[in-house]
Write a protein that binds this ligand. Sequence first.
Ligand SMILES: Nc1ncnc2c1ncn2[C@@H]1O[C@H](COP(=O)(O)OP(=O)(O)OP(=O)(O)O)[C@@H](O)[C@H]1O
Length: 221
Amino acid sequence: MSVVLQDLIFSYHDHDTLLNISRWEVAAGEKVFLQGESGSGKSTLLNLIAGILPATSGQITLLDERVDQLNQRQRDRFRAGNIGYIFQQFNLIPYLNAVDNILLANEFSKKVKRNGIARAQELLEQLKLPDSVWRLPGQSLSIGQQQRVAIARALFNSPRLIIADEPTSALDQKNRIAFMTTLMDLCDAYQSTLIFVSHDPTLACDFDRTDVLADINRAGA
Ligand SMILES: Nc1ncnc2c1ncn2[C@@H]1O[C@H](COP(=O)(O)OP(=O)(O)OP(=O)(O)O)[C@@H](O)[C@H]1O
C-alpha cells in the first residue's frame, strides 16, 4: 500500500474540524482522481499527505513509513526523497532557468546524482520542452512550458508517490491533454502512485479510481 490514512483528524488553529477520515487507502501504482467542492479540504488533505501540514491526530502511513511520527525536518527529507508535488501555481523561481529550477528543488534529496543536469535535460526532452528555452528564466516561459518544468521538477527523483493539486487549471485544452498524457506515461514508466485533485471531471477517465472527498470525510457530515 502506498498511502494509508487511519483516524486522521485535522483542523486549522482555532477552527472546526475540517477533516475526519476513518480510513483511506491508495495502493502502490494506483492512480486516484480526488474530487470535491471548493473549500472542502482537498488541498489541505494533499498537504497533510505530503507532510507540509502536521495532522491534529491520527496516522499517515506512506510507503510503509509512519510519517505522522516524523518531525518536520524528517518529513521534509522524506518528501524530498519520495514525493513529487505538482502545485496549481507552478512556483518556479522566476529568475532561474528551467534546468536550475529542477535542480534547486531537488537539492534536499540524497538521491540527487552528480549527473543531475543530464537527468533534468532528459526529462525536459521527454516532456517535449524545446532545448532553445531550457536556459531561459522561468518568468520568460509560457504557462504550458512552466507546467512542463514543474512536472520535470516533481519527477526528477522518480518519486514513488506523485501528488498533483489542480495542475491543469491554467492550461488550454491542447496543453491539458498533452500534460495529462505525459504525466500518465511517466507515472507508468516509474510505477508511481498518483493522487490528483481537479475540478475538471472530464479528466477522471484517465484514472483507476475516482473518490469524492465528502464520501470519505466525516467532518461536518
Ligand atoms: N491556513 C489556513 N487557516 C485557516 N483556514 C484555512 C487555511 N487554509 C485553508 N483554510 C480553509 O480550509 C478549508 C479548506 O481549504 P482547501 O484549500 O483545503 O479546500 P479545497 O477543497 O482545496 O478548495 P478549492 O477546490 O477551492 O481549491 C477552506 O474553508 C479554507 O478557507
